[in-house]
Design a protein around this ligand. Structure first.
Ligand SMILES: [Cu+2]
Length: 508
């Protein structure tokens, strides 16, 4: 009896999620109807002022995609943006040509064109964003939630909290400001990054003297525009001054109110979709449990304040203690500003929230150091150990990996089946959220201290800090590895890994 009840509940949940009801066991026989996803534009009102931004909308009219347990990622992406675009399925592991990076072999999609995708997704909290130019800053981003059967059996209300940093300026102007150039020069920089990906000899930032200096990491680490204050003595935070911070497209002047049951059980899926901002998630009086990071399960960590770097996700289980309204806030690091949503039981009174609070410290790896993967990598020694120095600074504004600036980079060659360890050594005064495409990695050491850390796709490397990650080269193809600060990536902080489909290696 309990079995039929849980099946019914599962069916109900699938229907409520607007997806075909596919029960476990029947999953691989899923019908071959692609889901339609439209990249378009819309007018978003931010604090009473309209702005033209992008949108990624499914057939149900909601942003992004939700897939049922076992459902394939079978999606027709239709480009109605009026310009070229390409969408990356962040953290998912498709064949490389479907990954949504503008390689010459998988160029951006023309306006009006349709691109089909078909791969087996991995369950969890993911997201999607444009990898073309600076479109991500203009909200060409959306949630990608892949349900699994076990999680549906938990019978928790799913709440997505997607964060953005928002500016009324055009992203080209932002990049021009940062680099001290013109909008035309910024546009040229972006065009070059896509015209010559991975080819040496192209020209890109920075000026010649920088490239020569980049190996001398100490020379690059001078603090510039440091944040004053007790927590941020010599760190650089928040390169860009934003006009607003959005939680599900809204500010605290008019926040989203999510109705939950009395004593509600919630799975909060926090997605940091901001282009250049990091946050502290503040649950207030509620104690939550982090149970997954970047979609992958971790041993639960209880608390009410958790840091989230750019591009990362946190799944937090919340059991509301009573009736009432419970703000879930995201505070900008090193700043007073905040955004958020409100969980509210029926008839709870919602009081007006302020978008300014006590200044938050810089985001750090305090949570990362406590995470333990539920499904760690198998234990084995590394076939390749690679050290990557992260360097750069504010003046000139340019960021590098091992002294190389995209697209003038030498790819790291990987043979199939190799265990790869990468030591990320940050010689700069900014934290860098490093994202690897095509593979999930495990965090195995922070500042030299070994851990059985989280399996994830984006890890923060603190200023002057060191993080070691490990992964198995099991997904042949071309894979970007980059800082997820959009402006760091755009001024050079991206490199490439070439995974071969054979197990033979060549040493170069
Ligand atoms: Cu960076």
């Amino acid at each position: 009896m309990s079995k039929s009840f849980s099946r019914r509940r599962l069916l109900g949940a699938a229907l409520a999620a607007g997806v075909l009801p596919i029960l476990p066991g029947a999953v691989r026989a899923a019908p071959a109807i692609p889901k339609r996803l439209v990249a378009g534009t819309r007018v978003l009102e931010v604090n009473g002022r309209p702005a033209k931004v992008f949108a990624l909308t499914g057939l149900d009219g909601r942003p992004g995609l939700r897939l049922a347990p076992g459902e394939r990622f079978r999606v027709d992406l239709v480009n109605q943006t009026g310009t070229r675009t390409i969408v990356h399925w962040h953290g998912q592991l498709p064949p490389w040509m479907q990954d949504g990076f503008p390689w010459p072999q998988s160029p951006p999609i023309a306006n009006g064109a349709l691109q089909a995708y078909d791969y087996a997704p991995i369950p969890g909290t993911y997201w999607m964003h444009s990898h073309h130019g600076l479109q991500e800053q203009s909200l060409l981003t959306a949630p990608l939630i892949v349900h699994d059967a076990a999680e549906l059996r938990e019978d928790r209300q799913d709440v997505v909290l997607m964060l953005h940093d928002f500016t009324f300026r055009s992203p080209d102007e932002v990049l021009a400001d940062l680099t001290g150039t013109s909008v035309a020069a910024a546009q040229e920089l972006m065009a070059k990054a896509e015209e010559a990906p991975g080819r040496e000899g192209g020209s890109n930032m920075p000026e010649a003297p920088m490239a020569g200096m980049a190996h001398d990491a100490a020379a690059m680490s001078m603090p510039a525009m440091g944040m004053p204050g007790p927590h941020a003595m010599h760190m650089d935070l928040n390169d860009v001054h934003y006009d607003a911070f959005l939680a599900n497209d809204r500010t605290l002047a008019d926040p989203e109110v999510v109705r939950v049951e009395r004593g509600g059980r919630v799975r909060l899926r926090v997605i940091n979709g901001a282009s250049a901002s990091q946050f502290w998630i503040d649950l207030g009086e509620v104690v939550g449990r982090v149970v997954a990071t970047d979609g992958h399960p971790v041993q639960p960590v209880a608390g009410n304040r958790f840091p989230i770097a750019m591009a990362q996700r946190l799944d937090i289980l919340i059991d509301l203690p009573r009736t009432g309204a419970f703000p879930i806030l995201a505070q900008l690091e090193g700043d007073r500003r905040q955004t958020g949503i409100i969980l509210a039981t029926p008839v709870a009174r919602i009081s007006q929230m302020t978008d300014s609070a006590k200044a938050a410290p810089p985001v750090d790896n305090s949570l990362e150091a406590r995470l333990v993967a539920v499904e760690p990598l198998t234990s084995r020694s590394a076939d390749i150990v690679h050290t990557i120095a992260l360097a750069g600074g504010m003046k000139p504004y340019a960021w590098s990996m091992n002294g190389e600036y995209w697209p003038q980079v030498k790819p790291l060659m990987l043979a199939k089946g190799q265990r790869v360890e990468i030591d990320l050594v940050n010689h700069s005064m900014m934290a860098h959220p490093m994202h690897l495409h095509g593979h999930t990695f495990q965090v195995i050491a922070i500042d030299g201290r070994p851990i059985q850390g989280a399996v994830r796709d984006t890890v923060l490397v603190m200023p002057m800090g060191r993080v070691r990650i490990a992964f198995d080269a099991d997904n042949p193809g071309r894979w970007p590895f980059h800082c997820h600060n959009l402006y760091h990536m755009m001024t050079g902080m991206l490199t490439r890994e070439d995974g071969r489909s054979t197990a033979t290696t060549s040493t170069t």
